[in-house]
Design a protein around this ligand. Structure first.
Ligand code: ADE
Length: 231
């Protein structure tokens, strides 16, 4: 059997991950040996008696900045836990915007090491010294990278072979083909006077495929015209 993908998450709040990692698809993927997710608490790597991980920014300004020491020590410890060096990902609103293409790309890695920032940000030497890719999940600011890391983990893990059954394969997902997904219906045929479109009951696979394609294009034009640019 293929070796599981290993995902290390370095965070000040490992407890935030408990329920998202222990439900549904992420739980099943770990139980089935498709992925191994390991949380490490950055605070364990502080050397001062207050277990301090942040400090005031040089030059002044609001908020606190994550100190490089504990993050570097934690990273160096974690990196040695497995032979594969892995792709290093820093979750930060200053990163490259995450999308389905990036999720597909990351799903090909053998190991990901994800570092969650807190407070106003990382000391710049963490970015420079650890290298790695900076990833943002969108143009808004969260209080830390934890929720962003969960988003990336969920999007990546569902793409790993064996996680989704054939019947809910990821190939039909929105964005995979550059379009939003077409509308879906299930039973009952009529719900509160709203009917399932007749074409879906026709059994004519060619007409159904055409209708779905048209609907996907219309929906994309309306909600996400940016996806159609250059097409
Ligand atoms: N940390 C805070 N905000 C974030 C965002 N939008 N994406 C990734 N990490 C973050």
């Amino acid at each position: 059997m293929k070796k599981p993908m290993r995902i290390d998450i370095l965070t000040l709040f490992p407890q935030m991950f408990e329920s998202p990692l222990n439900c549904s698809i992420l739980k099943r993927a770990q139980d089935n040996g498709v992925v191994e997710i390991v949380l490490t608490d950055i605070r364990e790597f502080t050397t001062n008696s207050y277990r301090k991980v942040d400090d005031k920014p040089y030059g002044g300004g609001p908020g606190m900045v994550m100190m490089p020491g504990p993050v570097f020590d934690c990273f160096e410890h974690v990196r040695k836990l497995s032979k594969s060096k892995g792709r290093v990902i820093l979750l930060t609103p200053q990163g490259e915007k995450f999308n389905q293409k990036k999720a597909i790309e990351l799903s090909g890695a053998t190991r990901l090491i994800m570092i969650c920032g807190r407070y106003e940000g990382f000391d710049e030497r963490i970015r420079v010294g650890l290298g790695g890719e900076q990833v943002s999940i969108g143009d808004y600011v969260l209080s830390g990278g934890e929720l962003a890391a969960m988003v990336v983990v969920e999007a990546v893990v569902r793409l790993l072979p064996g996680v989704l059954g054939d019947e809910d394969s990821a190939s039909e997902d929105s964005f995979t083909k550059g379009l939003l997904e077409y509308p879906q219906y299930t039973r009952p045929e009529v719900f509160r006077d709203m009917k399932v479109p007749g074409v879906l009951l026709s059994g004519d696979h060619e007409r159904i495929a055409k209708w779905r394609q048209q609907q996907a294009i219309e929906r994309t034009k309306k909600n996400r015209p940016d996806l159609l640019q250059g097409k």
